[in-house]
Ligand binder design. Sequence first.
Ligand code: AMP
Ligand code: MN
Ligand code: MN
Length: 318
Amino acid sequence: MAFDKQTFWEDISAAGTIGIAGHIRPDGDCVGSALGLACYIRDNFGKDPIVFLEDLPAAFAFLEGADKVLTGFPSSEPFDLFIAVDCGDEGRLGKAMNYVKEARKTYCIDHHATSTGFLENNLVKPEAAATAQIIYTLCDDKGISKGCAEALYLGIVHDTGVFKHSCTTRETMEVAGALLDHGVSSSRIIDGTFFEKTYLQNQILGRCLMESILCLDGRVIFSAIDRKTINFYGLGPADTEGIIDQLRVTKGVEVAILIRELTPRSWRVSMRSCEIVDVAKICTLFGGGGHVRAAGATMSGSRRDVINNLTAEIEKQL
Ligand code: AMP
Ligand code: MN
Ligand code: MN
């Protein structure tokens, strides 16, 4: 069904219970969108949505409402309204899909090019740099508190790589500017949640760069983190954030690939491209998805199988 802004707020106004969830292995945009929207609803409608996230990376714990996020997915009465943010398909919503199935009304707010329109009402804007940017455009600026603004700003900062990726538009900057007017400390969010790395994160970054391999005449860079390494360092999903971005800026590289072994012979794939290759198209072929310049998938086989399958597809586009 087509999304209607007025109906969306009327539905929120009418709902007794509201649930909000983002995708599995939540990133900054996912957390910022969910908490920003929950905060806006709390401040302007006097109701308290329940936010479900699989995990809450420690760097985001200062956000308003973060302390109330449920990282388990307990059974509950059906929600009157359930909103999925920054998530384009059933598989990516993970266990929160159970709430969606029972909810009386469902909404999806997302910006992935591969979003399937899987809920009752879908607002999907692939041209938006972040879901948090879309959420801002739904809200009345006058109703935005500092806590809400911090969450939305954080979402935009993370999905644009601090206003650097090609998805960053004039609108992105204008929304970010409007959010700054609500008292957001940009350096706290940018340095504190994006650039700051733990010693462990720096160590694994260094290792990935050292062990990276160039292929297809230096146009593709590839690095892998296997189970042994993950266990040795005790790495969580947040510990490898940003590595792919450093790989991508290698001179001459068009596509960067980082794979992490989830279970034996099953790999979490991250891909980034600079100007030419549509990585969402490639990830979709292997059951994943994402954006033209940033996408992901889960693939099985040996490390060599994964790299061979991916480079064969990249070669077709180069
Ligand atoms: P990542 O490499 O995990 O940072 O993901 C890059 C982008 O692709 C993010 O916007 C993700 O939300 C998206 N993405 C990653 N994996 C998938 C997937 N399996 N299906 C759809 N989108 C994905
Ligand atoms: Mn995301
Ligand atoms: Mn996003």
